[in-house]
Design a protein around this ligand. Structure first.
Ligand SMILES: CC(C)(COP(=O)(O)OP(=O)(O)OC[C@H]1O[C@@H](n2cnc3c(N)ncnc32)[C@H](O)[C@@H]1OP(=O)(O)O)[C@@H](O)C(=O)NCCC(=O)NCCS
Length: 177
């Protein structure tokens, strides 16, 4: 998995030592409230350890989940994801739709600094340089902060869709330049 650099950020693989930060991030309702058909927060550190284990085992030439680290302080700020997006279906588990989604989850201590957009721009550039031709993002209709990130990184709003995650979402799309 490739480490990506921007002016202020390093996007690098998640490490087992990052579990405290991951638990702090994903145990917060303000982070999780718009994520998933039924939002849930992490309730114990072992869930963070398991999440990191799964992310580290993603074996794919392009898809990845990065820990976003501030160059200035070394602090972790959030997560950037580039991964298959599941299609809606009547029965669980959901299966990949064939599309690739980009996503971002940042710690509230690091909102309002442009870090999510800076990191996401680098991941889009990497995605297209790696041969992907289209990337989508979906947000809950009320998740205005995330919709703004989509706009800042050049994604086009394509209306609402129920095509993914068994949820009604705002859909954003960008194609390779
Ligand atoms: C979605 C989320 C990542 C957005 O974070 P964010 O910090 O608002 O997004 P950006 O990185 O684009 O930062 C832009 C903000 O930083 C400000 N900013 C400050 N310094 C900046 C700089 N140097 N460059 C750019 N923007 C800067 C901008 O003005 C903007 O603030 P505004 O929206 O109040 O105008 C964050 O709210 C989050 O993690 N939410 C929880 C998880 C979630 O919902 N994820 C998405 C699921 S679909």
């Amino acid at each position: 998995m490739l480490t990506l650099e921007t002016d202020r950020l390093t996007l690098r693989p998640w490490e087992p030592e990052d579990a405290d930060f991951a638990f702090d991030l994903y145990s917060r309702w303000e982070v999780q409230r718009f994520i998933g058909a039924v939002p849930q927060v992490m309730e114990g550190r072992p869930q963070a350890v398991e999440r990191i284990r799964i992310w580290r085992n993603m074996q794919h030439p392009v898809h990845a989940v990065w820990a976003v680290q501030l160059k200035a302080t070394g602090q972790l700020a959030g997560t950037l994801l580039l991964k298959p997006i599941p299609a809606s279906a009547a029965s669980l588990p959901l299966h990949p739709s064939g599309d690739t989604e980009i996503g971002w989850h940042f710690h509230p201590d690091h909102w309002g600094c442009g870090y999510a957009s800076e990191a996401a721009s680098a991941v889009l550039e990497y995605a297209f340089a790696s041969g992907l031709t289209k990337v989508v993002a979906v947000t809950a209709p009320a998740n205005v902060a995330s919709q703004k990130v989509c706009g800042r990184i050049g994604m086009r709003h394509a209306g609402q869709t129920s095509e993914y995650y068994n949820s009604l979402c705002e859909l954003f799309v960008v194609t390779a330049p």
